[in-house]
Design a binder for this molecule. Structure first.
Ligand SMILES: [Zn+2]
Length: 365
């Protein structure tokens, strides 16, 4: 007998779907399943996708600048897997892990190359805080938790150090063979110089920020080097955050067929409570306003982040994969959306997560 059967759900391409789960894994996927199970979840009227993955959050409650609680940004928003993007470094990531492992939400981390993570805003202004030996030690100690590395490369973070922190991050990446996420923002480093260090698979977060040092030139076109990098496989991630998502940049990029590869929130307590982020669904709605289809936004919070971050059993509704699902409605309701620069847009469609299922456990929202 199965542990759980989810019945009568609808896929995003409007097909009926039922899923049977045992021991936290997907055992069977079909249009209809009539077998026995300990628990039946009737998903009539709901869309079912693989559990949403947020590739950029801040969820270590003991930090002062950017902090939150895993389940507040995760399961309560219909997000089954969250990746903390560099809140902590080799000196404090073990504390974070001890707390994070008790969350209902699946929590993973990108290791900040600076030892204490974002304890202060300028964690890479003093490079004595980057200790490669200890970074490698920690990565080897917590392979089930640390899935990549993070370097924040903008003026307020790096001080006078120019590209040096990025060079150090790339050296570490070569040794540990993990994904690297690079935060972009105000110069220095100038974005064209920064991009010369990036390779296929490297993740640029805050890709559609509205800052001068962003991907949009003064004529409203996407800068040539950014386009080339994108087409060569540098991964563009939204990382909305308080300051880093601009409708105009996202719209102009869409006009040139540059769609973000993944949709992430860069959520933490303040931008969750007071906006402009609020939650993952709102961030997805913003990209739908930009012109992405429902399928395109859902892929960008499931299969795409799983692939970019090396989750080999997440992101798809497939036999043998983890039994993580998000069940949601798309309702025709008016809503105002606001970007990081205060621009507002009226939309008539809302994405409303109703239930998150994590390793076969049902959490109604
Ligand atoms: Zn962030």
């Amino acid at each position: 007998m199965y542990d759980l059967i989810i019945k009568n759900a609808t896929t995003i391409d409007n097909q009926p779907i039922s899923v049977a789960v045992t021991n936290g894994k997907i055992e069977k996927v079909a249009q209809e399943i009539h077998d026995e199970a300990r628990e039946i979840f009737d998903a009539n009227g709901l869309f079912l996708s693989a559990g949403w993955i947020d590739a950029h959050v801040h969820c270590f409650e003991k930090m002062d600048l950017y902090y939150d609680y895993p389940d507040k940004v995760g399961v309560e928003n219909g997000v089954t897997t969250i990746v903390d993007a560099g809140s902590t470094g080799e000196n404090n990531i073990r504390d974070f892990y001890e707390i994070a492992k008790n969350a209902k939400t699946n929590v993973y981390a990108l290791l900040n190359i600076s030892k204490n993570g974002i304890v202060t805003q300028d964690e890479l202004s003093d490079l004595s805080r980057v200790n490669e030996t200890k970074n490698i030690e920690r990565i080897n100690e917590l392979p089930e938790f640390i899935i990549g590395i993070k370097a924040r490369m903008s003026k307020s973070v790096i001080g006078e150090n120019g590209v040096k922190p990025l060079v150090m991050a790339k050296e570490l990446q070569k040794k540990v063979n993990l994904p690297l996420m690079v935060h972009i923002g105000t110069a220095p480093v100038a974005l064209d110089e920064l991009f010369t260090y990036l390779e296929k698979g490297d993740i640029v977060t805050h890709c559609f920020n509205g800052k001068d040092n962003g991907i949009l030139d003064t004529n409203g076109k996407i800068k040539e080097f950014a386009k080339t990098a994108y087409h060569n496989g540098v991964h563009f991630d939204i990382g909305h955050g308080t300051d880093s998502f601009n409708f105009e940049v996202a719209l102009r990029a869409k006009e040139e067929d540059i769609l973000a590869d993944t949709i992430s929130t860069d959520i933490y307590s303040r931008n969750r409570e007071y906006g402009p982020v609020y939650n993952m669904a709102t961030t997805m709605e913003k990209l739908m306003f930009v012109g992405y289809s429902l399928e395109e936004v859902v892929t960008r919070v499931t299969k795409a982040p799983a692939k970019a971050l090396g989750f080999t059993t997440k992101g798809e509704v497939k036999e043998g994969f983890d039994a993580d699902f998000t069940l949601f409605e798309v309702a025709n309701e008016a809503k105002e959306l606001r970007d990081s620069n205060g621009a507002t847009k009226e939309v008539n469609q809302k994405i409303i997560p109703k239930t998150a299922i994590i390793a076969g456990k049902v959490y109604n929202i």
